[in-house]
Design a protein around this ligand. Structure first.
Ligand SMILES: [Zn+2]
Length: 462
């Protein structure tokens, strides 16, 4: 009758190669592009960006919409619930393994992209301890030492003491992967401690199985003030809809692991801050503002720029190097084509993102170069510790003049050498209106032996 849970939490031998707390695989990376963009509004409403936000902590199963709505990072109580539900259905169809829909296993394809990594926190899942709301009469469950194992015991609050709680024992009658939990009153089992409990104020009717737990080991099963459990009168049983036992237990075992080995735990709050920050910026996002309104290049995808920006945010303030370059091929022919390219490197000089865009109208090498520069500034607008590397002397000098605000702005020189006054005016506005965090800019010699710049140069010339 008692399940002995010996959960092994899959810990990679190589502890989390990804380094980034919370993982860096985007939902965009595991969904077909078309489906991602079609459902972007809903994903935004749910405030989810990363794959691990929609997965169980072991990364193997897809959460239910209810589980996602219960998370800490959710910001909206959207009136348009049907839109979100519709989107979620589409995403489920897309990600779930067709043969294991009931277990909510994600497809092999998605699993391969995500890989194995140990969760370092509960990814925004809220665990409510029993003692936080002693008057709530919802179902509770707790850890109990039994025969040298730790097991989970479900039930209701029977008697709350200062350090202990007496729980009226209920047995689970569902499968661990069911989309509901069924709980039925225990009619007596080896866990019963009634005899040893001494005198208790019997607040409820007589019970056949009472279990004592330490108060700090007891949690609410549902994160609601009013339980959603439905009673089945005849059998003294309850059904709690939309709750998956295996997911709940996985969360508790992770938490347990963190208590035993605190070094495994890393705060989730950096990411939560990022979300807060993103929400604040939603109305005043530099990328949206300039790409949408100014339309200096119609080939740009705002979403793509924002994805790169979110990857930069997840470098957590570590040094970032951005190599920029522009190039024109078939100059002087009708097949003239210009391209701006950007390569993003982390502090160890590992390339983690690249971006290329075609130049529109009046293609010139200088326009390609300055386009790569303005894009770099927009993408890094809210990022600290960025170094932009260019071999373009004009960009280097002119930008330095603008940032030093020498008031000279050398307009005559600009008019003489550049046809891109409009783009430069925008750049000047970034600085004058304090719309971007000003990066450092470094100039390297053209055709020098800088391997990183040469790589970018090759990419945009083929
Ligand atoms: Zn029992």
């Amino acid at each position: 009758m008692i399940k002995n849970h010996k959960f092994d939490i899959a810990i990679n031998d190589i502890i989390d190669k990804m380094e980034i707390i919370g993982g860096k695989i985007l939902i965009k990376d595991i969904l077909p592009e078309e489906i991602y963009f079609k459902n972007l509004r809903s994903l935004k409403k749910l405030n989810i960006i990363f794959a691990d936000q929609i997965l169980t902590l072991d990364g193997k199963n897809l959460l239910t919409l209810k589980e996602i709505l219960g998370k800490r990072f959710k910001k909206f109580f959207s009136p348009n619930r049907t839109l979100i539900e519709k989107s979620w259905k589409v995403i489920e169809d897309c990600l779930l393994d067709k043969n294991e829909v009931i277990k909510r296993r994600i497809s092999l394809e998605a699993r391969n992209k995500i890989g194995n990594s140990f969760a370092h926190n509960l990814k925004g899942t809220i665990l409510n301890k029993m003692n936080s709301e002693p008057l709530n009469n919802g179902f509770i469950f707790g850890k109990k030492k039994f025969n040298n194992n730790i097991i989970l015991v479900y039930g209701k609050n029977y008697n709350l003491g200062n350090h202990d709680i007496v729980l009226e024992h209920y047995l689970t009658v569902n499968n661990p992967d069911d989309l509901f939990m069924g709980l039925t009153k225990c009619s007596g089992c080896v866990l019963d401690e009634t005899k040893n409990l001494g005198h208790l104020e019997r607040l409820y009717k007589k019970s056949n199985c009472l279990v004592k737990l330490r108060i700090e080991d007891v949690y609410f099963l549902e994160n609601y003030l009013i339980s959603h459990a439905m009673i089945i009168q005849e059998t003294d049983s309850y059904i709690i809809p939309e709750i998956i036992q295996s997911h709940v237990e996985s969360i508790i075992w992770h938490e347990h692991k963190f208590i035993l080995e605190p070094t495994l735990f890393k705060q989730d709050d950096i990411r939560l801050n990022v979300f807060d920050y993103n929400m604040q910026q939603l109305v005043n996002n530099c990328i949206e503002k300039y790409v949408k309104k100014e339309k200096f290049n119609k080939n740009l995808s705002i979403e793509r720029l924002k994805v790169i920006n979110s990857k930069l945010i997840h470098q957590h303030g570590e040094q970032i190097f951005v190599y920029i370059d522009g190039s024109v091929i078939n100059n002087g022919t009708e097949n003239i084509d210009g391209i701006a390219g950007l390569h993003f490197y982390d502090k160890d000089h590992i390339l983690f993102e690249e971006f290329y865009v075609n130049i529109e109208h009046w293609i010139s090498p200088s326009k390609a170069e300055v386009t790569s520069f303005i894009l770099a500034l927009l993408i890094i607008y809210n990022i600290n510790n960025v170094k932009i590397i260019t071999d373009n002397e004009f960009i280097f000098n002119y930008f330095n003049e603008i940032t030093r605000k020498t008031k000279i702005y050398n307009t005559r020189k600009l008019l003489k050498t550049q046809n891109n006054i409009y783009i430069w005016a925008l750049i000047r506005q970034f600085i004058d209106l304090n719309e971007i965090i000003v990066p450092k800019i470094t100039k390297i010699k053209a055709h020098d032996d800088n391997i990183y710049h040469n790589l970018l140069d090759q990419q945009i010339k083929n």
